[in-house]
Design a protein around this ligand. Structure first.
Ligand SMILES: C[S@@+](CC[C@H](N)C(=O)[O-])C[C@H]1O[C@@H](n2cnc3c(N)ncnc32)[C@H](O)[C@@H]1O
Length: 294
């Protein structure tokens, strides 16, 4: 782990680039970064509902929050907004993600309440522990990345104060955006695209949380369905990003007529392109497990 503390409470190297990252990987990282930021914008009503639920459950309000695998800080910043006196420690392996998080925290006027720790969560937690003990641990779309989730849950448990909360969220499936008849050819293009790419079952962390010693377990599904007006203009870029990502995984599995129809939908020069249309919606479910350290 590489750390330094600067006068703004930042822990970690303040550099924008992930040195040693190959160009293709860097492109993928930047695409992911953009999608994660758009996620926070498009799904703002969902984040507000989820952090509102945490505010109801946490008593007193958390003073120290740990965001594991923070990315560019969609969760960290939503939590900093919800809990205006809390300090958030955001941990990620990627300096570029953390650099962006610091920029966004500054833009939100929360730079002095958000610290970053550049660390591989599979290795030492020495730097992570410096911001603790914590009253709330948050991990969104992250725990499937770690080598040993059971070990990570046990370490998260150790970082919490007695009575502290953990909130673990997973995306149950990639969001859907298109109307049934969006493709230039047969109806149901998006369903076939998902069938051609989505093979993993959703994650379930119930047993892991119990095994780590957490109690008062609450498993909350969030059904998200927003139309274009509710999601706002970033929905077009968000849909474009997800569909392009799925497209890149479907080259060998989706029929050639569907691939052509999808390419036309992703072509920004087409009038009916995903980049311009106003009949998109976002439909997905996410699950959050909330549990307490006794
Ligand atoms: C899918 S993103 C989720 C980001 C964020 N939690 C969100 O919901 O927007 C996963 C993040 O985990 C980070 N990551 C992956 N493996 C990691 C590890 N071993 N240690 C720390 N961070 C890791 C990645 O750099 C990435 O930012």
């Amino acid at each position: 782990m590489k750390t330094h503390h600067d006068d703004k409470g930042h822990i970690g190297r303040d550099r924008a680039a992930d040195s040693g990252t190959a160009p293709a990987e860097l492109l993928e990282l930047l695409e992911l970064l953009e999608l994660l930021e758009l996620d926070g914008e498009v799904l703002a009503p969902y984040f507000s509902e989820l952090t509102g639920l945490l505010a109801e459950v946490a008593d007193p309000a958390p003073g120290r929050i740990l965001d594991l695998g923070s990315g560019p800080g969609t969760g960290s910043l939503a939590l900093a907004r919800r809990f205006p006196t809390a300090h958030v420690t955001a941990v990620d392996i990627s300096p570029r993600m953390l650099h962006r998080l610091r920029e966004r925290a500054a833009a939100q006027g929360a730079a002095d309440r958000v610290s970053t720790v550049e660390a591989d969560i599979d290795e030492s937690w020495a730097g992570i522990g410096q911001g603790g003990p914590y009253d709330l641990v948050w991990a969104a779309a992250f725990l499937h990345h770690v080598a040993d989730p059971a070990h990570t849950f046990a370490r998260a448990f150790e970082q919490l104060t007695p009575g502290g909360l953990i909130a673990v969220t997973e995306m149950d499936f990639f969001p859907r955006f298109l109307p049934e008849d969006a493709g230039a050819t047969r109806a149901g293009l998006e369903a076939r695209l998902h069938a051609a790419t989505d093979t993993r079952p959703p994650h379930d962390w119930t047993d892991h949380l119990r095994a780590a010693g957490f109690t008062h377990l609450d498993r909350r599904p969030f059904d998200i369905h927003l139309d274009h007006a509710q999601a706002g203009p970033p929905l077009n870029a968000y849909a474009q990003g997800f569909l392009a990502k799925l497209r890149s995984h479907a080259t060998d599995t989706l029929g050639s007529d569907d691939l052509a129809a999808l390419d036309a939908l992703l072509d920004e020069d087409q009038p009916y392109s995903v980049a311009h249309r106003d009949d998109l919606t976002v439909r997905t479910t996410r699950t959050t497990w909330i549990a307490r350290r006794p």
